[in-house]
Design a protein around this ligand. Structure first.
Ligand code: MG
Length: 248
């Protein structure tokens, strides 16, 4: 059952989402060749706490860090550590913030220095797919309207959409109902109502959509080793245009 939030709850969720958006903006600017993913995680945690939030990912199902850092063929759930970013990498950063019991969740993929044309196009198409999905997050639509819009942008550009992981409701918990797939499934999915807050998050692979989990039990990587990108926003469903809560 999906959660409909009242205006008071939405205001709290908005605050959590603002920290998420500001943090991703901050990280985008300090990502460069030579920095480690562990250093980025420390910067992120400091930032979140300075803003009065707590990192929602840290300890979630045992995850050891405040952000997920997924490089190149890593799709999601990469664990920050000693890896040093190098020119030509792309890195997906996913972050969740808890502010006074309310949650926001978003992700971006960032280029490290100069990257290949394929990676650049992959990032661009993934972000376009996210916005195509967001445009369908309107009261009266169904979840499948979002899914189909995302998938169409991705596949018409020759890339593939990850099937094993999907978007989700968010707000009073990090993960709530309903699931928001990035691909067409049977049926139309739940109806969207004004006051729902959802995380739309296409994970897009340059090659096959197949993925597997590495031996660290967290990091999801592409089956064929080709790169993957990930963009996510937390969005408030309304009548008419949705409000992107993690956009600053
Ligand atoms: Mg999410």
């Amino acid at each position: 059952m999906q959660e409909i939030k009242n205006s008071n709850e939405i205001n709290y969720i908005r605050q959590a989402c603002r920290i998420v958006g500001e943090l991703l903006d901050f990280l985008k600017d300090i990502i460069k060749p030579g920095v480690t993913t562990g250093w980025l995680d420390q910067k992120a945690e400091d930032f979140i706490r300075r803003k009065g939030g707590t990192p929602a990912f840290k300890g979630y199902n045992g995850f050891p860090a405040s952000i997920c850092t997924s490089v190149n063929e890593e799709v999601i759930h990469g664990i920050p550590g000693p890896y040093r970013l190098k020119e030509g990498d792309i890195i997906s950063i996913d972050v969740g913030v808890n502010k006074e019991g309310y949650f926001g969740d978003a992700a971006i993929t960032v280029a490290v220095g100069n990257i290949s044309d394929e990676k650049r196009r992959l990032m661009k198409v993934t972000e376009e797919a996210l916005y195509a999905g967001i445009s369908k997050a309107v009261a009266g639509n169904h979840v499948s309207d979002i899914s189909v819009a995302v998938q169409r942008v991705v596949e018409s550009n020759g890339f593939s959409v990850v099937r094993d992981y999907v978007g989700h409701g968010v707000g009073k918990k990090l993960h709530e109902e309903p699931p928001i797939p990035n691909f067409k499934t049977a049926g139309r999915g739940p109806k969207l109502y004004s006051g729902m807050t959802i995380a739309i998050e296409p994970m897009v692979n340059a090659g096959t959509y197949e993925v597997f989990v590495k031996d660290d039990n967290w990091t999801v990587v592409t089956r064929d080793g080709k790169p993957s990108a990930h963009f996510e926003h937390t969005v408030l469903v309304r009548e008419g245009e949705p409000e992107i809560l993690t956009l600053v």
